[in-house]
Write a protein that binds this ligand. Structure first.
Ligand code: FAD
Length: 892
């Protein structure tokens, strides 16, 4: 079940206003959009935290509302809402600072417009006064857990004014909590336990109503009563009139009529007092987005005229259904999913994974269950970046990165399946497809009706992709290419309908008359025939993803299905891989964050030698190192995605650095997470061992890290030689060229040309010491490259012992630049974590500087050069002996 949020009411102060939905407006008739915005804000809040993924500092809290003067008992039927909302809480991106929220859920608005918000993923209740830029934590905030001072995913909250306390649905702990509002309260008190409580309401007589998503019912409780009485549902899960299916948010009016958002039945029901059946009042036509339908109704509000306002969450809109209406009207949203002021972006993906997917089970089944696949498709997760005109979500790279983070935080097999489909499988059609190809293939790929795969690797062609042998020969009639060959380890290979296939087209060179092969990309449909697959491979990890061999035996592919032109196959392949890499980087940042959160939670609660282990320096160092790596990875991912969104096309080195850094960091972080967990970390039940197994492949596929390191280093050498003039243009965005460009500057200084800008011109003053280290490192780097080029010339490409270290230096330099850039923006945008970030950045930069110096010293050191010579010799002996060379200590 995936609920976003709802606001509820109690019934103490405003008896004239049903169930006291605390809505305050002055002179309603005269209201223009300005005051209507107030309501809009509230409904906006019901729907979800709008996420603007296009900036480090997505959105500030804005409030243009004056003090309210009177209470409006109902909302005129012709009321209009401004279509652009303003953010009234959160808006500083996802996070746990007091100006941030992380999946806000149930919302209660008090008489003075103070909002009490169930800050679901921060496991806390936060109170936000209108106009404030920061909220105040009023319950929880001691991490996720079930101690009395903790919460675990609160979904709804209300104020019981009589007791001056909060009542909280502590969903993850399956209990309803009372938490006094008196200052100094540090813990709650369990009111009702063992209940899958999601939505809350309190009527005028202080009866408490709670929806139960497991029992598919709503119960009413008198204060002190632990059992309650069923007032809606209670006949098992189902769509009959006496049933509910995952009831979420609820509303109760003065007659004690219960309104229920019947989440998985896509309807809102009312249950009159004492009735055994409900009445469907909204959305009786199944799931959909026409005006008679809903898709997962969420937050709910009813005015005194009986008009229902419902957050239609998966349609990203708020609907109004006057009493008795056969269809609703969209009052706000309905402009597609997004971060615009007139859009909502409901964070459904994460909830979907939490509620519908079981990665451990998938791993054991070695399959993503059909219902999960269908759910992913329903959410649009197979068409994240396909333009809306072709039926996709049309997200930018930056927005897509946010989704990739979520997917990979939950299930890396699903990340591979959806990634192989869209990051590489059909990416070629997006990048190089003709209009006809796009129109033909994208719509069904967007919905997931067709699954895509990317088929490049062959038994004798892995990293050296140009050596593929699959042949594509033109038919006599010139209508088809006939494909023959074998591809191995193709993700989605056994389940895909559409393949991007790379093959050699034999041709005769016009000038020389010599035979030559032109590597070419093709769009191949399984139904063309002549394409079969092997069984699903047994693997170390990502077990639920499908990996299979593909065989082409006289597979006839129409000439119209050439992708990107004959002979352009390598360019197509490289561009696809480059373009898709940011997704992997963002995804692995999500994986790391998940592992870090698990580790924090464990460390805070695990006591050894009389203290919780988070108090030991060893664990503290681990946690900080894990956070640093995640911070840098996240910074690379989003800078890369943003630069791509800005239209910068030269990002292949950044993408390669990101891929290496992310895959190695994720391995480090999850390994440390297991270490922090001790023995239990090794157990399947914790889920980390699976993630570690899943992660191993990321350092190998889509460009083995060792090969990418060489690529980065050699590109650096090239830039130094060729791209001096690019420097000025590229400095602003801190992308790869700045590193090598600044190194070029070192060369230019060497030959008497004046130097360019200083790194510290672009970064926040508090980061200048680190900026200086970066500038110095870049200078050293330039010196080294200069010397190496003089010493080796082009032959440097064969000096892998050295190039490997140059690759490491480059990665360190880039990581320094990226986190300095991000942290500067955090200061500029007054992000609450800026100081914390700057301390991370300081440690990162100081240590990176040391590593860079060590590597520079190393490759200049004659003893090292001698050792590399020795290693070549020793490895030759090992290979010759086809075993380890030393004789066993017992001489056999
Ligand atoms: C689970 C899984 C899923 C995959 N999915 C796909 C897919 O969807 N589509 C697809 O086309 N392919 C896929 N692959 C293939 C994957 O991309 C290749 O495994 C990868 O490119 C590396 O090739 P290789 O395994 O042949 O290793 P090789 O290229 O043989 O390399 C072996 C080792 O030698 C090193 N090495 C190679 N060349 C050099 C060099 N010049 N200098 C120094 N070191 C070098 C490598 O770094 C590596 O450590 C998948 C593989 C796996 C295991």
């Amino acid at each position: 079940m995936n609920h976003s949020k709802k606001k509820q009411a109690n019934g103490v102060r405003h008896k004239q206003y049903s169930n006291q939905q605390q809505t305050h407006y002055s002179n309603y008739e005269e209201l223009g959009d300005f005051n209507n915005l107030i309501l809009h804000n509230r409904i906006f809040s019901i729907m979800g935290e709008p996420e603007d993924h296009n900036d480090w500092n997505p959105r500030l809290i804005e409030n243009t509302c004056d003090e309210p003067e009177a209470i409006i008992p109902n909302i005129p039927a012709n009321a209009r809402w401004a279509q652009n909302g303003v953010t009234v809480a959160g808006g500083h991106g996802r996070g746990n600072a007091t100006n941030q929220l992380h999946w806000p859920q149930g919302l209660f608005v008090d008489d003075d417009q103070t909002m009490i918000i169930g800050d679901y993923d921060n496991d806390r209740i936060i109170q936000w006064k209108m106009g404030d830029t920061n909220g105040q934590v009023v319950a929880g905030s001691h991490g996720q857990g079930n101690r009395l001072n903790q919460l675990n995913g609160p979904t709804d909250v209300l104020i019981d004014k009589e007791m001056d306390s909060l009542i909280i649905c502590d969903y993850g702990n399956r209990q309803v909590i009372r938490w006094s509002r008196h200052s100094g309260t540090t813990q709650g008190q369990i009111l009702i336990d063992n209940i899958s409580c999601f939505g809350l309401a309190m009527d005028d007589q202080r009866y408490l109503y709670i929806s139960d998503t497991d029992k598919h019912e709503v119960r009413r409780y008198q204060i002190g009563d632990k059992n309650g009485t069923i007032v809606a549902g209670g006949n098992g899960k189902g769509a009959d009139l006496n049933q509910l299916n995952s009831p979420g948010y609820i509303f109760v009016d003065q007659q004690q009529t219960v309104y229920v958002s019947d989440w998985d039945n896509h309807r809102v029901m009312i249950w009159n007092k004492g009735e055994k059946k409900g009445i469907v009042v909204v959305g009786s036509q199944g799931q959909g987005n026409i005006l008679t339908q809903l898709s997962h109704p969420n937050g709910l509000f009813v005015d005194t005229l009986g008009t229902i306002y419902v957050a239609d969450s998966w349609n990203n809109r708020v609907m109004r259904w006057p009493k008795g209406a056969k269809q609703g009207t969209v009052i706000v949203g309905g402009n597609g999913k997004g971060a615009g002021a007139n859009q909502f972006k409901v964070p459904t993906a994460s909830k979907f994974f939490e509620e519908k997917n079981n990665p451990t089970k998938n791993d054991q089944l070695e399959k993503i269950p059909n219902e999960v696949m269908n759910g992913l498709k329903e959410q649009g997760l197979f068409g994240i970046q396909i333009p809306v005109e072709y039926g996709g979500l049309g997200l930018t790279n930056t927005q897509a990165a946010c989704l990739f983070e979520i997917i990979s935080a939950h299930d890396l097999s699903i990340s591979i399946c959806t990634g192989a489909h869209q990051s590489i499988g059909f990416k070629g059609i997006l990048l190089f497809g003709t209009d006809t190809q796009k129109r033909k293939y994208l719509p069904k790929l967007a919905t997931g009706e067709h699954i895509a795969a990317f088929a490049l690797t062959e038994p004798t062609a892995g990293s050296d992709a140009t050596s593929i042998k699959t042949k594509a020969e033109l038919s006599f009639d010139g209508q088809y290419y006939i494909l023959n060959g074998t591809k191995i380890w193709i993700s989605n290979g056994g389940i895909a309908d559409i393949f991007t296939v790379f093959a050699q087209v034999p041709t005769i060179d016009d000038k020389t008359g010599q035979k030559q092969n032109k590597m070419t990309a093709f769009i191949v449909e399984r139904k063309f025939g002549g394409l079969t697959n092997g069984r699903s491979e047994k693997k170390m990890g990502i077990n639920a993803s499908n990996t299979a061999q593909i065989f082409f035996e006289d597979c006839k592919v129409p000439v119209q299905n050439v992708l990107g032109g004959v002979g352009n196959g390598f360019k197509v392949a490289v561009n696809i891989l480059n373009n898709g890499r940011f997704g992997m980087v963002a995804g692995l940042s999500g994986t790391m964050k998940m592992a870090i959160q698990k580790s924090i939670n464990f460390a805070k609660n695990r006591r050894q030698f009389g203290r919780t282990i988070d108090t030991y320096g060893n664990i503290q160092e681990k946690l900080v190192r894990m956070e640093m790596r995640q911070y840098v990875t996240e910074s690379i991912a989003f800078l890369l995605a943003q630069n791509m969104d800005r239209g910068i096309s030269e990002y292949q080195c950044e993408a390669a650095i990101g891929k290496i850094f992310a895959s190695e960091s994720a391995w480090f972080v999850v390994d440390e997470a297991i270490q922090i967990h001790g023995g239990i970390g090794f157990m399947r039940s914790i889920g980390l061992e699976r993630v570690l197994r899943d992660l191993r492949i990321f350092r190998i596929f889509e460009g083995a890290n060792d090969v990418l390191r060489l690529f980065i280093a050699l590109t650096g050498f090239q830039y130094v030689g060729l791209h001096l003039r690019e420097l000025q243009k590229t400095v602003k965005y801190f992308y790869f060229n700045i590193i090598v460009g600044e190194s070029s500057k070192r060369l230019r200084r060497g030959i008497g040309i004046s130097s360019g800008p200083n790194i510290n011109e672009y970064i926040h003053s508090s980061l200048h010491p680190s900026g200086l280290l970066l500038s110095k490192s870049i200078d050293y780097f330039g010196t080294v490259i200069e010397q190496l080029l003089i010493k080796y010339g082009k032959a440097i490409r064969d000096e892998q012992f050295i190039i490997h270290r140059i690759g490491d230096i480059t990665i360190d330099l880039y990581s320094m630049a990226v986190c300095l850039s991000r942290c500067t923006q955090s200061f500029q945008n007054q992000i609450s974590s800026a100081i914390h970030e700057s301390n991370l950045v300081r440690i990162w930069c100081e240590e990176a500087y040391e590593r860079i110096n060590n590597n520079i010293n190393l490759i200049q050191n004659s003893a090292f050069i001698e050792r590399t010579r020795l290693m070549s010799e020793l490895s030759g002996e090992i290979i010759d002996k086809e075993s380890t060379v030393p004789v066993h200590p017992l001489s056999f």
